[in-house]
Design a protein around this ligand. Structure first.
Ligand SMILES: NC(=O)c1ccc[n+]([C@@H]2O[C@H](COP(=O)([O-])OP(=O)(O)OC[C@H]3O[C@@H](n4cnc5c(N)ncnc54)[C@H](O)[C@@H]3O)[C@@H](O)[C@H]2O)c1
Length: 263
């Protein structure tokens, strides 16, 4: 991924001026792109990940680009203790106006061979992380309202023949449904909740699939356009959902997948 000062400089604006954001999974991939974009758009960002080294790199890249404030917090968000540690750090802010739940871990295997432990690990990594962090941050959003951005997936909508995603499909279907309910419960408090459903998006992690011919052939065959998605393609929607531009938008799920789930 290219997080050079020039690239980040191209994201600078003031669409999130005055906002405070908690972004999980900010060590790499989509969460990292969003943390950098949010800071470039004027938000004060608390960036959390289980990977402390990756957070140091994020901080270095943000500093080199000379963008706004990013405070980093290392925590394992599959447990209540990690979520409480993040909420403690966030409570130093006057309020939290945006929460992006991008942290996730999934094990991919076919139903024939997936051990129960891998199923449980995936649901903890995809569902518990969202539940625990949202529950911990909720009191910090309730006072003034805010916006929650969760990640479902194309896999919450369609099956893929080349990806053994049984547990991942369950986790992402869960996030999709959970987000609608969060929108309902958050409405009276001015809290909006939406999810983004990315299709195959190039990240440090998914880059390794580029060598998997069968998988990439199937991914590309579904695209209506001729390039793969990047974290910033997702990031611009997160900026919209975090800002007042989307004040009438809640309980929605947005596909960003090059048309892959549209046919
Ligand atoms: N990249 C894609 O193609 C794609 C497609 C559909 C959906 N998504 C979803 O988008 C979101 C972001 O995906 P990504 O591709 O950037 O993922 P990624 O695996 O590249 O990054 C996830 C980040 O979460 C962190 N993390 C993992 N477990 C954690 C834990 N227990 N506590 C704290 N942090 C933890 C990791 O260290 C990592 O930095 C995920 O919810 C993913 O399921 C991604």
């Amino acid at each position: 991924m290219d997080y050079s000062p020039d690239t980040i400089g191209g994201w600078v604006g003031n669409r999130l001026h005055g906002k405070t954001a908690v972004v999980t999974g900010a060590g790499r991939g989509i969460g990292k792109g969003i943390a950098l974009m949010f800071a470039a758009q004027g938000a004060r960002v608390i960036a959390c990940d289980i990977n402390a080294d990756a957070l140091c790199q994020l901080q270095d890249e943000a500093d080199a680009a000379g963008i706004g404030e990013i405070v980093t917090v290392a925590a394992d968000l599959t447990g209540e203790e990690g979520a409480a540690h993040l909420a403690d750090a966030a409570s130093a802010l006057p309020v939290v106006s945006i929460l992006v739940n991008a942290a996730a871990i999934a094990v991919f295997d076919w139903i024939d061979s997936m051990p129960f432990s891998a199923w449980r690990k995936t649901l903890a990594g995809e569902l518990d992380t969202v539940f625990l962090v949202t529950k911990a941050i909720w009191p910090l959003m309730k006072a003034r309202g805010g916006s929650i951005v969760n990640f479902s997936s194309a896999n919450a909508h369609v099956a893929l023949d080349t990806l053994p995603a049984i547990a991942h499909c369950a986790g992402k279907g869960g996030v999709l449904a959970m987000t609608r309910q969060l929108a309902m419960e958050g409405g009276p408090h001015g809290i909006r909740a939406n999810s983004i459903a990315p299709g195959f998006t190039l990240t440090e992690e998914t880059e390794r699939h580029l060598n998997n011919e069968a998988m990439m052939k199937s991914v590309r065959a579904k695209l209506m356009i001729d390039h793969l998605g990047m974290p910033q393609d997702i990031g611009w929607l997160a900026v919209y959902l975090g800002s007042e531009e989307s004040r009438y938008v809640t309980g929605a799920d947005f596909s960003i997948d090059g048309g892959a789930t549209a046919w």
